[in-house]
Every structure is written in structure tokens, then in C-alpha cells.
Design a protein around this ligand. Structure first.
Ligand code: NZQ
Ligand code: ZN
Length: 378
């Protein structure tokens, strides 16, 4: 077991916590408040943020789209540079947060900041970033991962940087009251797959990682089983807490990780605009089946410790699918409008990105990807 783990994001969790941003952001800063398509204006989040910043100097940038693009975020980079902004406040879900992580780094970079995405350059510095989270799913609010797209080329790429951790993340679960069932279901599935990608690999002796991941899984299964309570405060609080813990990379510290479901899913979103979580749900069950031998021991452990299923790995995969279906997320690619180029589109994109042998053992090759997508299309 060997790992370094340093997560500097301060968490403010609970109803009414948005007001804490008044004190968390230095009054000498000139702030850019960044948000998406306007949901925050309908649920009171915008008003709370503006009230909390009444003694700060700030500008606004809106219109960050789901699956944020560099085309949009580069417009914000221009504003940051022209207006000498020195603090970014992201108000939204994973898309706004990721867009702002890119913005914070791109604003202090002289070249084309796509360099961070294609691996040409590493982030050396970034403006300070704060987050007001409005959607529980990605964990982006307290991690160092950025996922952004380039519309021009249909690419969705990602990078890690220790300069991307937000300084703080405000998590008030009551602001999730205005999320649609679709977004709540998506959030639960994304968190489940994040936990899976750091757990369903091969056995290790890491008791803490296994035990904590299983706690997160059990929590998500319980939330799926109590889907009818999804509009209650405890349900929303738990989803927000679990989704955060599922991808602050603590359960992955020092253990093998997979991420092939995400890499394949990202390409489905890039080409077919599937919601992020939905792109994962149509890949993971078949990936677990195709990679079933290598993952045999961990699927069995998940079955025993989370679902109470023994000696039936096919039954465990079925149980995972049932979790997704209970929250309204389909597990078949054939449920969506997908053309017959899907396999070549995904394979070509994976090849271009250097992802031809992915997964914890580097054994998820393009022929496996093709099998996985074919199974999902049936
Ligand atoms: O744009 P607005 O108006 O805010 O509406 C959003 C958006 O339409 C809406 N929404 C958010 N909070 C709301 C709300 N509507 C009503 N009430 C609220 N309280 O929800 C829609 C989806 O938002 P989005 O931010 O796109 O969702 P999510 O948080 O799932 O983020 C998805 C993005 O994160 C990336 C995904 O690839 C995708 O681009 N990911 C980022 C990760 C990371 N940085 O760690 C890891 C993930 O695996 C993932 O790849
Ligand atoms: Zn995800």
C-alpha cells in the first residue's frame, strides 16, 4: 500500500451554508460568479449567492452548458483577463465546476489551454476557485479532475491537476429540491460507477478502501430502494454526501483503479450527447460481464458484502442493473437513438486518445469495447 493523498478543499455542508461564502472569499478579490443555463435563478440559489457577496466586487458569466465546452469557457477566459478577475466562484453541477477548473487554469496560461486536455502541457498555476454545488453526482466539487469538451471536434477529454482542487465547496442539499428525477437518478448512478471503478478490479489487502467503498455502495443501494423518498431532506443529504465521498479519490488511494467504463462513456457523450451517467449505465454491466474472469473475486465480494448474493456473479451484475433501473436509468444502448457507426466512432476516438488497452490490467482492448457495445445494442 503506497499513496499520497492531500485534499485541500474545505467542505461546508448543510442547509443555509451558502452564506458562508461571504467569509470564505477575501473581500479584496474581484470575483467572477459562473453558472449554467439559469436553474439557479429559479431555486433561490442565485439570490443567496448575490446576497452573500453584497460586500464583494463581482461580475457574472452564465451559459455554461452540460458537458462544458472550451468554446464557451474561452469566452470567460477573455473576461477574466480583461477585467483582472482574481477569484472564480462556480455555482452549479459538475459541468459548471469543471468548466471553472479549466477557466481558472486557462486564465493564467499563455497558449491554447486545450494543451492541458491533449497532454501537451501541465497546469502550473490557476486562479483560486470556490464552489456552490447544486447537483450531487460527480464529486468534482472536491477533487482534482477536470472533464471538458471541444465542440469543433466532438472530443471530450480530461486532466488531473493538484491546482484544480477548489478552495472550498458549499453543499446545501436543500438546493437539490428543484432537480428533476432524471438528474437525481443520474447522480446516484454516477456515484455508483465512481465507487465501482475504484473497487471492482482485483483483490488487495486494503481493508479501509474496501470497507469504505462497500459502505458507499450500501448507501446507494438503500437510496435506490427508497426512491419514493427522494424528495425528502435525509435522502437528498445522503446522496450529496455519498456522491462527494465516491469521487474525492480517497477510496482509490493506493489500490488499482479501472475507469474504462468512464473512458468509453465519455465517447458516447461526445458523439451522441448521452447524459454522463446514462453513458456509464449502458457500458458497465457488459464490461463487467466481458471482464468477468479478471474481476471475478471483486464482483463476488461486492455481491456478498453489498447485495447478500453468493456464488452468482451474473446475479450481482443483474443486481447492479436493477439499482440503475429503479432510479429510471436504462442499461441498454438500444434505448437511445444511436447509429450503426457507434463502434467505429468510439474505437477511433479511444485510439486517437491513446486508450487502446485500458482498465486496471490494460486488458480492455478495442475488440472488447466492440463486444461490450454490441451487447448493449442488442
Ligand atoms: O445549467 P443549469 O441551469 O445549472 O442546469 C443544470 C443542467 O442542465 C441542471 N441543474 C443543476 N443543478 C440544478 C439543476 N436543475 C435544477 N435544480 C438544480 N439544483 O442539471 C443539468 C445537468 O448539470 P451538469 O452539471 O451537467 O450535471 P453533472 O453534475 O452530472 O455534471 C456532468 C459533467 O461532469 C463530468 C461529466 O463528464 C459531465 O461533463 N464529470 C466530471 C467529473 C469530475 N470532474 O470529477 C467526474 C465525472 O465522472 C464526470 O465525467
Ligand atoms: Zn462519472
Amino acid at each position: 500500500m503506497e499513496f499520497s493523498y492531500h485534499n485541500p478543499t474545505a467542505i461546508e455542508f448543510g442547509a443555509g451554508s451558502i452564506k458562508t461564502i461571504s467569509d470564505s472569499i477575501n473581500k479584496d478579490h474581484k470575483v467572477l460568479v459562473v453558472y449554467g443555463g439559469g436553474s439557479i435563478k429559479k431555486n433561490g440559489v442565485y439570490d443567496q449567492v448575490i446576497k452573500a457577496l453584497e460586500n464583494h466586487t463581482f461580475l457574472e458569466f452564465s451559459g455554461v452548458e452540460p458537458n462544458p465546452t472550451v468554446e464557451t469557457m474561452n469566452k470567460a477566459v477573455k473576461i477574466v483577463k480583461e477585467e483582472n478577475i482574481d477569484f472564480i466562484l462556480a455555482v452549479g453541477g459538475g459541468s459548471v465546476i469543471d468548466g471553472c477548473k479549466y477557466l481558472a487554469a486557462a486564465s493564467l496560461y499563455d497558449g491554447d489551454a486545450w494543451d492541458f486536455l491533449d497532454g501537451t502541457a501541465e497546469v502550473q498555476r490557476a486562479l483560486p476557485l470556490g464552489v456552490v454545488l447544486t447537483l450531487a453526482a460527480t464529486g468534482s466539487e472536491s477533487n482534482h479532475l477536470t472533464v471538458v469538451s471541444k465542440k469543433e471536434t466532438d472530443e471530450k477529454r480530461m486532466y488531473f491537476s493538484n491546482h484544480s482542487y477548489p478552495q472550498f465547496a458549499v453543499m446545501d442539499p436543500s438546493v437539490m429540491a428543484t432537480l428533476s428525477d432524471r438528474q437525481l437518478g443520474n447522480g446516484l448512478v454516477d456515484a455508483f460507477v465512481h465507487t465501482s471503478e475504484q473497487y471492482i478490479t482485483y483483490p488487495t489487502s486494503a481493508l479501509v478502501n474496501d470497507g469504505y467503498a462497500e459502505t458507499l455502495f450500501r448507501g446507494l443501494v438503500k437510496l435506490a430502494d427508497t426512491w419514493e423518498d427522494r424528495r425528502t431532506q435525509p435522502w437528498l443529504e445522503n446522496l450529496m454526501h455519498i456522491a462527494n465521498q465516491a469521487l474525492n479519490f480517497q477510496i482509490g488511494a493506493g489500490v488499482p483503479q479501472d475507469w474504462s467504463t468512464h473512458l468509453i462513456g465519455h465517447e458516447l457523450t461526445a458523439y451522441y450527447n448521452l447524459d454522463h451517467a446514462r453513458s456509464l449505465a449502458v457500458v458497465q454491466p457488459y464490461l463487467l460481464e466481458v471482464m468477468g474472469e479478471e474481476k471475478e473475486a471483486k464482483i463476488a465480494q461486492l455481491g456478498k458484502n453489498v447485495f447478500g448474493i453468493e456464488n452468482d456473479n451474473a446475479g450481482v451484475i443483474k443486481a447492479i442493473e436493477e439499482v440503475y433501473n429503479k432510479v429510471g436509468v436504462p442499461t441498454k444502448l438500444s434505448e437511445y437513438e444511436i447509429d450503426d457507426k457507434v463502434i467505429s466512432n468510439v474505437s477511433n476516438a479511444l485510439t486517437n486518445n491513446g486508450y487502446t488497452a485500458i482498465g486496471e490490467n490494460g486488458t480492455v482492448t478495442l475488440d472488447k469495447v466492440s463486444t461490450i457495445l454490441t451487447m448493449s445494442m442488442k
